[in-house]
Design a protein around this ligand. Structure first.
Ligand code: ZN
Length: 457
């Protein structure tokens, strides 16, 4: 078997691995076609390092853009094979990719104006909504966790990775129940608020993510407590709370946490705004798939919508979103993007970041090169839409809502797989190095592959 690391090598974004039988020149397939984000964005525009039309299939492990975001580019460049994912991943990908295309078309429009002024050639978007629609016109096969299927001469199986709704790890080439290779994709911790716990594969070698390979998180219950304290504190100061949130999973976990606080009588009287059309659409998909929840979340679901508190407003239109800007106190605004590098949250930050009575609560990973990372790293001033904005609001990071597992669970996942070899990916290089050192202490051969490296084994 040969694996080529076309993304997520020494970076947390752009996940994409090609799997092929090194003896054959047909039957190769990709696990993920992820987009590079933050400082690595320019890589998305490079030509693909392979002929897209020669790829037989693309497995999508979950609907985050750093795993599915380059699928339309692949299709645009000639991929016409099969796409394989779980049902929830397909449904969520539809909204994630449409939103991504929209963002890119808008960016190109504003960039185009700048270039025109300088007399430069216009730029083209990476892909358009039509390219996204083309992805969904292709043969898209739905697989369940544990269902075995054949691909490129290998047998392949999904297992629940406990990361986001519908997310999967991939086991490849199983003989007697032990896979040659298991690809973790992104792993979540057990005891998450909504979805079921991750499963453990058995494998000779693993590709393991290392986003948080050097630290552990608090539990969701501790995080709900932290969130409660921030809410009451900001409520008493008479400010607003901004939660930059990823539309998939994090938003629903935050809403679920607010719902639990409300039911316990511990929720201050904030008016909640879910100010993200994408997050609204995805929350609706969550409501369609209670079979993917753990027992506790299913019980809440049976009593009513677990992603809501009384009086909550879902603001789809730009006008409704702008109206929120007039509210000076007791608004709790959940808006994307999660790393503040785009989306409506930038407007809310512009209106609230300079006010010391307000709070900003980060609930997810902030990649290098993003506005979110600057704020988390303690910048005194940031630039938002060309304006210098002082950071005076209280900045909080609550990491127990993270969709990624912490160090101890990542280590446990590798150990329980029984693998003797681990390719450490999907982490900032220093973090991957620390995690690889932990694996070596356990007698595992840990390799941090280079971008575009190919390994036969
Ligand atoms: Zn992910």
């Amino acid at each position: 078997m040969r694996i080529s690391f076309y993304g997520a090598a020494r970076t947390v974004t752009g996940s994409s691995f090609m799997i092929e039988d090194s003896e054959k020149d047909f039957g190769k397939f990709l696990v993920d076609a992820g987009m590079f984000q933050g400082a690595m964005e320019r890589r998305n525009y490079r030509p693909l390092p392979y002929d897209a039309s020669s790829v037989e299939a693309v497995i999508i492990t979950h609907a985050h853009l750093d795993h599915v975001g380059l699928l339309p580019k692949l299709v645009r460049e000639g991929f016409c094979g099969t796409i394989i994912s779980t049902q929830a991943t397909k449904e969520i990908s539809w909204y994630m990719l449409q939103d991504s295309a929209k963002v890119q078309e808008e960016e190109v429009k504003s960039e185009g104006k700048r270039r025109k002024r300088r007399g430069l050639e216009p730029v083209k978007p990476l892909y358009t909504i039509e390219d996204v629609e083309d992805c969904f016109d292709l043969d898209w096969e739905i697989k369940k966790y544990g269902e075995e299927f054949q691909l490129g001469g290998f047998s392949v199986k999904f297992r629940n990775s406990g990361h986001v709704l519908g997310s999967a790890c991939v086991e490849i080439d199983g003989i007697d129940g032990i896979a040659s290779l298991a690809i973790s994709s992104d792993l979540g911790e057990p005891r998450r608020l909504i979805i079921r716990d991750p499963e453990f594969p058995e494998a000779e070698a693993v590709v393991i993510e290392s986003t948080y390979g050097d630290r552990n998180h608090r539990t969701p219950e501790e995080s709900i407590e932290e969130l409660k304290n921030v809410l009451w504190d900001t409520y008493e100061r008479g400010g607003n709370v901004i939660i930059p949130s990823f539309a998939l999973e994090r938003t629903q976990e935050v809403l679920y946490a607010l719902h639990l606080l409300y039911r316990r009588g511990e929720f201050p009287d904030f008016q909640v705004f879910l100010d993200s059309p994408l997050a609204i659409d995805i929350t609706e998909i969550f409501l369609k798939h209670p079979e993917l929840y753990d027992e506790e979340a299913r019980k809440e679901f049976q009593k009513g919508n677990p992603f809501s508190v009384p009086g909550m407003r879902m603001t789809r239109s730009v006008e409704d979103s702008k109206e929120i800007n007039e509210i000076e106190e007791h608004a709790l605004i959940i808006a994307g993007s999660g790393m503040c590098n785009g989306g409506r949250v930038k407007h809310h930050l512009k209106h609230n970041l300079w006010r010391e009575e307000c709070s900003v609560v980060f609930v997810g990973y902030q990649a290098k090169g993003t506005l979110g990372r600057q704020i988390v790293d303690g910048a005194k001033f940031v630039r938002i839409y060309g304006e210098k904005v002082a950071v005076r609001a209280r900045i909080h990071t609550i990491n127990g809502f993270s969709a990624h597992a912490g160090k101890d669970f990542l280590l446990r996942w590798v150990m329980e797989s029984g693998a003797r070899k681990a390719f450490v990916v999907h982490g900032e290089f220093e973090t991957s190095q620390k995690f690889a050192a932990e694996l070596r202490k356990q007698g595992i051969e840990a390799i941090i592959p280079d971008w575009r490296q190919k390994v036969n084994f």
